[in-house]
Design a protein around this ligand. Structure first.
Ligand code: ZN
Length: 508
């Protein structure tokens, strides 16, 4: 039974909920901007988002909130209340360091820069985006200078703290190089395979409305609740919305790549299931919020990859395809689809990358953005640095900026320090799924039968309902009994991919 709430605690929760109301209104407007808004509305929307960001920041740093926090004891006995207090203090201290003018300027610039980025990307013309990138890097350096503290080594750390509390560049510099080496040696090994999996499945053209019916069916089957969420279309799939009962996921379709739409939908539904799994009674407080983006990404990647790219999933999914697509996929067995969805091939576009190469795209972005924020890389030189990195990491020539440094939206909206959370998500996903498989003895049979409920409930209980009770690293330790260990991801990947390339003849 939770401890009785004291007056200051109740006042604290009321304040936090007000901030959340403002922030979540902004999130809804951002969702609208990406899905429904007419292009001509961009200026007004930038003003709306900027005002909301300033109002939320004002509330989040109000002296009354500071007084409440000061009047409260260092710790509270109830662990959930204590987590709310701990996080409220952390966020308050951090928000206080920011100049409100800077907050508004960042919100407004990011809305406009995003628009400029979309145009530049369409024309594959970096010069059109470069002034905006320069402006954004300058703003981010200013923001980081306000936020930097003794626990951080470089300005970039202060930005990353917003997405993955406690994550530092130095930690990633320990994780990334060995992972890069392992992935490189796996790719070298696969390159020599005489009989790599065919990609026939990704070349079959099927109407987009049929694809949509199919991906809705899968999302619902996974446990995404359409009474408390929506699925719409956007250029870049994402998960937004305003709270656990209003979760907006998006996906995208192309005529001849159904697997991309399926993977994107399962990914975003995984994010959505996390949001819908947050505890209603903790709405608008840290206990009712996701731990970090790395943990969020672990939920999406787990559904997209550990489930959606598994042999068991395809054994269930292949027979479903005829309901939606008639005979279009009739020539492909579950095994063919499984093999296609696990092809490992260096490619230019991060969001289309397979599991064997995906993390290399992230390492490149980490290298670029730490250099940009440190002032070691001039924004104007980004295309050449980017293209050079793709040669080194993936042995690829980047033909144009559209397929190069203009492909991702993140930097245009000030999301520096965000990319590495994708790789952390991949690593966490492998570790969580291994633990779920240990706890749920029938998991393979359940997946083969399209029964995703037990896995969803396991995630609901162990991760979603925990809110921000524990920091990400501690949550991982509590759920899996171990620190985050990249070795688990490599084992998972090798176990899956090597046999598909005929590289595991001796069962090593
Ligand atoms: Zn994601």
């Amino acid at each position: 039974m939770p401890k009785a709430q004291t007056q200051p605690y109740r006042a604290l929760i009321d304040r936090l909920r007000e901030v959340h109301l403002l922030e979540s209104t902004g999130e809804l407007l951002s969702w609208d901007q990406e899905t429904m808004m007419p292009a001509a509305a961009v200026d007004h929307r930038a003003n709306q988002l900027s005002l909301l960001a300033r109002l939320a920041h004002e509330r989040a740093t109000a002296s009354e909130l500071g007084d409440i926090l000061q009047s409260m004891p260092k710790q509270l006995e109830d662990p959930q209340q204590n987590a709310n207090l701990r996080e409220a203090r952390r966020v308050f201290e951090r928000s206080k360091k920011l100049d409100p003018k800077l907050v508004g300027e960042i919100a407004e610039t990011s809305s406009r820069a995003q628009h400029a980025w979309a145009e530049a990307r369409q024309k594959s013309d970096f010069r059109k985006f470069c002034p905006w990138l320069e402006k954004m890097v300058k703003l981010m350096r200013a923001k980081a200078s306000c936020l930097c503290d003794d626990s951080m080594d470089i300005l970039w750390d202060a930005l990353a703290e917003e997405f993955e509390p406690g994550m530092r560049a130095r930690d990633l510099r320990e994780i990334f190089p060995p992972l890069r080496k392992e992935l490189g040696s796996l790719l070298d090994q696969l390159r020599g395979a005489s009989n790599p999996p065919a990609d026939a499945a990704s070349k079959i053209a099927v109407p987009q409305d049929q694809q949509e019916a199919m991906v809705r069916f899968v999302a619902e089957r996974m446990g995404f609740d359409f009474d408390r969420g929506r699925l719409d279309r956007s250029a870049h799939p994402f998960c937004g919305g305003s709270h656990f009962a209003d979760v907006r996921i998006t996906t995208r379709f192309s005529d001849d790549n159904f697997l991309d739409a399926l993977g994107s939908t399962m990914h975003e539904a995984g994010h959505g299931i996390y949001e819908q799994g947050l505890m209603a009674e903790h709405l608008g407080t840290p206990m009712g919020s996701a731990v970090s983006l790395g943990i969020h990404e672990s939920q999406s990647r787990l559904w997209e990859n550990q489930v959606g790219r598994s042999e068991e999933f395809w054994a269930w999914c292949q027979p479903q395809l005829s309901q939606f697509f008639g005979q279009s996929f009739a020539g492909l067995s579950a095994r063919d689809l499984y093999a296609t969805s696990n092809r490992a091939e260096p490619s230019l576009i991060r969001v289309e990358a397979d599991e064997s190469t995906y993390n290399l795209h992230i390492m490149i972005r980490f290298e670029m953005e730490t250099a940009l924020i440190a002032g070691d890389l001039d924004p104007a030189d980004l295309p050449s640095a980017w293209n050079q990195a793709y040669r080194e990491y993936l042995d690829l020539e980047v033909p144009d900026d559209r397929q190069g440094c203009l492909q991702d939206v993140h930097w245009s909206c000030g999301l520096f320090g965000y990319f590495p959370t994708y790789t952390l998500g991949n690593l966490y996903a492998a570790q969580f799924f291994a633990k779920a498989s240990e706890n749920l003895a029938d998991l393979p049979a359940q997946l083969r039968a399209g029964e995703f409920g037990p896995l969803k409930e396991w995630l609901n209980t162990n991760i979603h309902a925990q809110g921000m009770r524990y920091p990400a690293g501690e949550l991982c330790r509590r759920v899996t009994g171990r620190e985050l260990d990249p070795a688990g991801f490599m084992t998972y990947l090798r176990d899956k991919v090597e046999p598909l390339y005929g590289k595991r003849m001796n069962g090593s």
